[in-house]
Every structure is written in C-alpha cells, then in structure tokens.
Design a protein around this ligand. Structure first.
Ligand SMILES: *Cc1c(COP(=O)(O)O)cnc(C)c1O
Length: 232
C-alpha cells in the first residue's frame, strides 16, 4: 500500500477519518481486530490548540518528541484529563525523571543508563524498549541483540512497566521486512515477560505495513495533522 498523500486542503477531521478508515482496513486485512490497534497522533511542532482540536474529535492519545515542548503543552492542556501523553523522542538521561511528570508512556527506553535514571525516580511509567533496526548506532534504539538484557533490567525496576518494543523503520529498507524483524524481537522479549505484548511501530508512510506485522500502537503525525510548521 502506498502512503496517504497529505491533503493540505482537507480538514483535520477528514484526515483523521481517512487514517482511521485505513487502520480499520489494514487491521481486517491482517485478520486483526481494529480495536486492538491504538492510534497515537504525534503533535510535535504543532500548537497546543491542535491537540485541543484533536481531543474534540475524539483523540485520546497524543505523542511528542521533545521534553520542553511536551511539558509546556501538557501543562497548558491539563484540563483535558483523559488525554494520554506518549513520549516518542530520544531522551537525555537527565530529563528522564522530568518526563515522568506528564508522560504516561515512554516509547524510547534504549539504554541502561536511562533505565537507571527512571529507577531513581518516584513515578512509575509504562514504557517500550526502542529497537534500532538500522546498522547505524547513532540512530536511537538498542541493537536487537541487546534487547533481552535491557528488558531484564527494566523488569527489575519498579518504576518502569514494560509494554513491549518500539521502532522506526529504516529509510533504506522496505518497511514490512523491517517490521517483521521487530516482531521477532518482540517474541524474544515476550519469552522473558509474557505480558509485554505490545508493539509501537508505524508512522504516516508505513502504518499499514506495521499493522500487518502486529503493531498495536501506531505513531502517526503528518497524515493526520498535515505538514508540521517547522522541520520535523
Ligand atoms: C515524528 C515522529 C512520528 C510521526 O511521524 P510522521 O511521519 O509525521 O507520521 C512517529 N514516531 C516518531 C518517533 C517521531 O519522531
């Protein structure tokens, strides 16, 4: 399937409906129940007012990738008590505890020092282990071979609950085959932690492929929000 072209003339509501329909369609095609797939709308670079508009359209899961920006929006929107804030960006160790002040789910746990930082906190958050599906260590994520050791460390920490694994598809590979590799990592992690069944994968350009490989949490930005105001 080709990605949705972003229609800048369409409304937020139209784009949201289009994505929801395609999520349903891709789920059914994969023999899955669409209700088991959560769509997180990634609102980075957009103003808090966009998050409010999304909430009015029924969105309850939003994603951000920079601590400062996310913290400001979460405080501005504190009245929207049923929003779940997902932190999906690379995270500096010294920011870990600050992120738990407003984020319910952190998708980017990818190294031992970061787990230590959460462990020293006082708030418990749900998390995904971010897996690097590229050969470039500079991209975020633990190498697939390191996933189990990191999972063990998370499982030994009361401050983190392990939901599963997360990844971004490499740019130079067909997304479906990359997501198939993520699924294998997920199966290995589930042998250590049977309840850690969730897979965070799929962005605007590749969410149908992610659904086909078992993704349970899609992180979709531009296909719903339209193009970001600044470079993302
Ligand atoms: C920005 C971002 C997304 C959403 O990207 P789109 O291509 O706009 O859908 C998803 N995941 C992460 C980690 C991101 O930083």
């Amino acid at each position: 399937m080709s990605p949705d072209p972003v229609d800048p003339a369409g409304s937020l509501e139209d784009r949201l409906r289009t994505v929801r329909d395609r999520v349903d369609e891709a789920s059914r095609r994969a023999g899955r129940d669409p209700a088991e797939v959560t769509t997180i709308v990634v609102t980075k670079f957009h103003p808090a007012s966009l998050v409010r508009d999304l909430h009015a359209l029924g969105v309850r899961d939003v994603g951000e990738n920079r601590h400062q920006e996310a913290a400001e929006k979460a405080s501005e929107l504190a009245d929207l008590e049923d929003l779940t804030w997902h932190f999906v960006g690379q995270l500096q160790t010294k920011k870990a505890r600050q992120v738990t002040a407003y984020s319910h789910i952190v998708h980017s746990v990818d190294r031992s020092l970061l787990v230590d930082a959460f462990a020293r906190g006082t708030t418990t958050v749900d998390c995904f282990l971010q897996i690097n599906l590229t050969d470039d260590p500079a991209r975020g994520g633990v190498a697939p071979g390191g996933a189990e050791a990191l999972a063990e460390q998370v499982l030994g920490t009361d401050r983190l609950r392990l939901l599963g694994v997360m990844a971004v598809a490499p740019l130079d590979e067909e997304p479906r085959s990359a997501f198939a590799r993520l699924r294998l990592v997920s199966e290995r992690v589930r042998r250590l932690s049977p309840e850690s069944v969730f897979i965070s994968a799929g962005m605007s350009g590749d969410y149908p492929e992610a659904i086909a490989e078992g993704a349970t949490h899609l992180r979709i930005g531009t296909a719903i929000t339209g193009n970001r105001p600044h470079r993302g």
